[in-house]
Write a protein that binds this ligand. Structure first.
Ligand code: KG4
Ligand code: ZN
Length: 336
């Protein structure tokens, strides 16, 4: 196995999932296989507070990570070619736990440690799961980020637009919190929306038809708050919010295609597990004769397979392993 494939251990601890995974990548063909993918969700620990408490998250990672790695190690550790961990963006305490563990593990085995950008993990998940080829347009919609990225090649990314304020995932989380629903809000709002009228509220669509690819959700957040105070109609608000978010995403993608007219759209990040949004994006692509690719829902949310994959691809492409400087706070780098 070792001679033909790179075997890489990935570690993900940037938010409230403690995850580890082993991925194998064929040294010649690049064919990839997820050998294990263990995700421990800390949701129950954070639920009483309506959001992630960074200090609790870091302590939970410290507690759980060794067990999660042990479960993920379905191959003998001596067979590993590299260890990678998310180095950012994310909550600093959790990142430190994952990076210290990963670096020590790699050192003990005398193999390289590969630092991985969390967003690059999300960005390339569809290449791992759906065999997507470069180049493609990427819509990254997670709890921390909302971006449209021109993915030209491995390590060649151009951010076309980002949210200027709240992320797409925060719209779901904050609306759920307003309605007294548990964290994370995405699945709760999606459930509520199924029984609501999506045309009940005419919410604002920030930057609509503006000739750039940025997002802004804070005005929408305020409109949702006011509507809920006035009407207390959670189902209709959830459905109208979801429709507004989809309209905004489609509008921004329409602009992005003018800058990067690709034939494939890929969606990634936790919000990409929303069925209504997936179906809406599929229709958008069908109308434009574009291919639409979305990773399986369980790999849209945070996991370590996507981190191991980026590390494995770094070996496969023989890309120079970047020395870790400080924990990056910025989003995915711009290529030019
Ligand atoms: O990618 P992710 O797991 O973590 C970050 O990197 O941020 O994304 C988490 C976000 C949360 O805001 C969560 O509410 C949202 O993804 N999410 C959803 C759904 N499932 C998770 N949003 C809408 N609909 C869903 N079904
Ligand atoms: Zn994420």
């Amino acid at each position: 196995m070792r001679s033909e494939n790179y075997l890489v251990l990935g570690i993900e601890t940037s938010c409230d999932e403690t995850a580890a995974s082993v991925v194998s990548i064929h040294k010649k063909t690049g064919q990839t296989k997820i050998l294990s993918n263990i995700v421990y969700s800390q949701i129950e620990e954070h639920k009483p507070y309506g959001g992630v408490i960074p200090e609790f998250a870091a302590r939970a990672h410290l507690d759980i990570l060794p067990k999660v790695v042990e479960q993920a190690l379905v191959v003998d550790k001596s067979e590993l070619d590299a260890v990678c961990a998310t180095t950012g963006p994310g909550l600093i305490g959790g990142l430190h736990v994952g990076v210290c563990f990963g670096k020590s593990f790699a050192k003990a085995l005398n193999i390289p440690f590969i630092p991985v950008n969390h967003l690059e993990g999300h960005a390339l998940t569809a290449c791992l799961t759906n065999d997507v080829q470069f180049p493609f347009l990427l819509l990254l919609i997670s709890g921390g980020h909302t971006q449209i990225i021109n993915v030209k090649n491995f390590k060649d990314y151009e951010v076309l637009g980002s949210s200027k304020d709240d992320s797409c995932g925060e719209m779901f989380d904050k609306t759920a919190k307003l309605m007294g629903l548990p964290y994370p809000g995405g699945p709760e709002i999606e459930k509520l929306a199924r029984q609501g009228n999506e045309n009940a509220f005419d919410f604002p669509k920030p930057f609509y038809k503006k000739p750039h690819c940025d997002f802004s959700f804070s005005g929408l957040k305020t409109a949702v708050k006011l509507a809920y105070k006035k009407t207390q109609h959670p189902h209709d608000i959830a459905a109208s919010l979801q429709k507004t978010i989809l309209d905004v995403l489609v509008d921004r993608l329409t602009q992005a295609l003018k800058f990067a007219p690709h034939k494939t759209l890929v969606v990634a990040g936790g919000v990409a597990s929303n069925q209504y949004i997936r179906e809406g994006l599929q229709k958008f692509c069908d109308n434009l004769n574009m291919a639409f690719e979305a990773p399986p829902s369980k790999l849209c949310t945070d996991n370590a397979a996507m981190i191991a994959y980026v590390g494995g691809m770094t070996l496969y492409h023989q890309t120079e392993i970047q020395e870790m400087k400080t924990m990056p706070r910025i989003s995915l780098g711009v290529s030019s």
